[in-house]
Design a protein around this ligand. Structure first.
Ligand code: FAD
Length: 319
């Protein structure tokens, strides 16, 4: 029987949803495979048990204070120990900043394959991933050998949570040597407490917002929709918001259910980061703006009239 490790990411005591989607991905690759959840961190053992509710067969933890914050050194040491112990056929995790950092490192250390940024899985080990900044998709087939797979958040369904499933995580004794990297401060950059890369609703502002103060109307709309605020690089360059909010080719790649593009033109580099959103709504005063060519719904008009009205209407609808 094949065995897959599913590496979970626990942040502030809770799993990132993409970790559960990674369980779904492992089951899509091979329904009959044994799935083993792996959680690294400090004080993560209680949270780790939640993995069972998504149908993993076993959960392993490396709970060590040296893993309190992500460092490539600490995670490499811990994961190499787990991989050596378990000898898996495949390793799946989210295409998050951690996933993007650690998987190429481990794949090169182990001489194994890596299929990154997977958005769909067809018939077992056949993966679909975007190329050329999302303008085309390629199909990658894996025949055999250990392979790392990272999946883009919000694309592969997670198994239904079943709270009747439970178990206790097994601790792996991994010796984590002193780290050269010292994390001095972790700065959290989220709006409404919702992580941009996993948000199901994103309200993104562009240079049309005119100044930093005006971004507040986007915060209000995002809050009522339980979404996150993003931005074009135009808005970041103009210092209306932090670069952590930038979406696009050189920013974050997102796939929310709903993307509301406000006062941004739809430059190709921006579209590269959001074109796979399920529903795109564009608000722009220029009826010729490129963003309308990829929008499902377009509103031509002044964003300063439209956005507050939308917020009011959604407030009435979302009780
Ligand atoms: P603009 O193009 O200036 O558009 C502003 C829009 O606001 C206009 O369409 C205007 O009609 C509208 N508007 C103005 N006032 C109002 C109003 N009152 N009501 C309604 N609408 C209004 N860009 C990214 O976003 N992400 C990236 O990752 C990225 N990477 C890049 C990488 C490279 C190598 C390069 C060269 C560029 C990159 N860019 C990226 C920049 C990109 O080319 C554009 O310059 C940028 O996206 C433009 O931002 P914008 O749409 O906010 O601004």
């Amino acid at each position: 029987m094949a065995k897959f490790l599913v590496i979970g990411e626990v942040k502030d005591g809770a799993f990132r949803n993409v970790s559960f989607e990674a369980v779904g991905a492992a089951k899509m690759i091979d329904e009959s495979a044994e799935t083993v959840g792996v959680v690294l961190g400090s004080g993560v053992t209680d949270a780790a048990d939640t993995f069972y509710q998504y149908g993993v067969d076993r959960v392993l933890t490396v709970d060590d204070e040296k893993l309190e914050n992500y460092t490539p050194e600490g995670w490499t040491q811990a994961l190499l120990t787990v991989i050596e112990q378990e000898n898996p056929d495949g390793i799946v995790m989210g295409h998050t900043s951690i996933g993007r950092d650690i998987t190429p490192k481990l794949a090169s250390r182990l001489g194994s394959g890596l299929v990154s940024d997977v958005v769909a899985i067809e018939g077992g080990a056949t993966f679909i991933r975007p190329i050329y900044s999302g303008k085309a998709f390629e199909k990658v087939e894996i025949e055999d050998g250990l392979t790392f797979v990272t999946i883009r958040p919000n694309n592969i369904p997670a198994p239904e949570q079943d709270s009747s499933l439970n178990g206790s995580a097994e601790a792996v004794q991994a010796e984590i040597k002193d780290l050269d990297t010292v994390i001095k401060e972790v700065v959290k950059n989220t709006t409404s407490g919702v992580d941009l890369s996993e948000a199901s609703v994103i309200v993104a502002g562009g240079r049309g917002m005119k100044n930093e103060e005006n971004f507040k109307i986007l915060d209000e709309l995002a809050e009522v929709l339980n979404g996150a605020v993003g931005a074009s690089r135009g808005a970041c360059d103009a210092e209306y918001c932090d670069y952590a909010l930038q979406i696009g080719q050189t920013g974050k790649v997102v796939t929310p259910d709903l993307y509301i593009a406000v006062g941004l033109s739809g430059a190709i580099q921006h579209v590269a980061g959001m074109s796979n959103s399920k529903i795109i709504v564009a608000i722009n005063k220029d009826p010729e703006a490129d963003i309308f060519s990829i929008a499902d719904y377009g509103i031509v008009g002044d964003l300063f009239d439209i956005v507050p009205k939308l917020t009011e209407e959604f407030k009435k609808a979302v009780v």
